[in-house]
Design a protein around this ligand. Sequence first.
Ligand code: C5P
Length: 408
Amino acid sequence: MSSLAGKRVLLVISGGIAAYKTLELIRRVRERGGEVRCVLTQGGAQFVTPLSLAALSEDKVYSDLFSLTDESEMGHIRLSRDADLVVVAPASADILAKMTHGRADDLATTALLATDKTVLVAPAMNLRMWDHPATQDNLATLKGRGVLSVGPNEGDMACGEYGFGRMAEPAEILAAIEEYFGAGAPLAGRRALVTSGPTFEAIDPVRFIGNRSSGRQGHAIAQALARLGARTTLVSGPTALPDPAGVETLRVESARDMLAACQAALPSDVAVCAAAVSDWRAKETHGQKMKKNGAAPPGLALTLNPDILAQISAAGNARPRLVVGFAAETEKVIEHAQAKLAKKGCDWILANDVSQGSGTFGGDNNTIHLIDSQGVESWPRMTKDEVAAKLAARIAETLAETPESTKP
Ligand code: C5P
């Protein structure tokens, strides 16, 4: 039962009677091989003692933001960065509000603001506090930023009332932690690389060549691969989307930056190139904003960008076992995509029709034809999230069937 072997959980315990259940959670995470480091808020310390936490976690318990000893042993930034996942259990209405507004007035909230890791909250509070629009709005905001949540459940409350607000049981929080780490998941132990979004190619400091890619399909694929347990790196051009939870997201601007970030992320087991990479960039970029000066409009000489998909497909020893590209076509979709499969040297091409009226670009839906050397498989029209889930499942199946040394 070592599904969490080597995983480091930073556990923030805020004020609430449910804090006693957190002791059981520590025991269960450790039974599965995980390490737990505790941060106790002042409120939390009213319900559980640092001594119990230290005994169960077999580690020092951190609670003081301005402690000289704590800062010299383990500064609050390192505390939040050294973890693989931050869990807030119980998460009181107050700590959720503080997280929403970026308050940092104690060690727990400072660590939560400083962390670059996924945060999982297990809310616990009186049912009226839970029902209050302020709490609901706060949680919705946090979820929009990629915070995961488990519970609360319905039931009898310590205050004598009945309703929603009871913290999820330790087993449920443990299951959410295991799900995050993809323990036992089909892509556990695999590495995935995904490109997404457009690229912006500078002309001068204020102008660029770009395109209308929203990044929704690529981001959804990264999220779906991470959900199946893959350690996923998303290299994204400029988009308005939040970083998907549990995915290492690297933001880049130009095709050349995207290529460098991808090369640094190899080797991986699978690469999915869903970015709409600009084919060309300006041959020369201007250091200062180009002036009109009443003269004739300047010409714009272009040069070809590197083809990231083709380079990943030809990366020799660093080539992922499975390389997947997209082909956005407006006519002869399958024919053009088959030619692209050969030209790029990838294993699969997901072809989609982006002709006017298809609603694919910037829309919610996509119609995919999966093309490999064997033939064509057409998928029914579905949402981009469904495409992502189906693709991730297909990738998991294929990697499981293919020995390490061969290509599918
Ligand atoms: O050549 P075209 O843009 O139609 O090919 C689409 C596929 O190639 C997509 O998977 C896209 O992410 C990838 N591509 C790339 N680098 C480029 C151009 C396209 O990775 N410079």
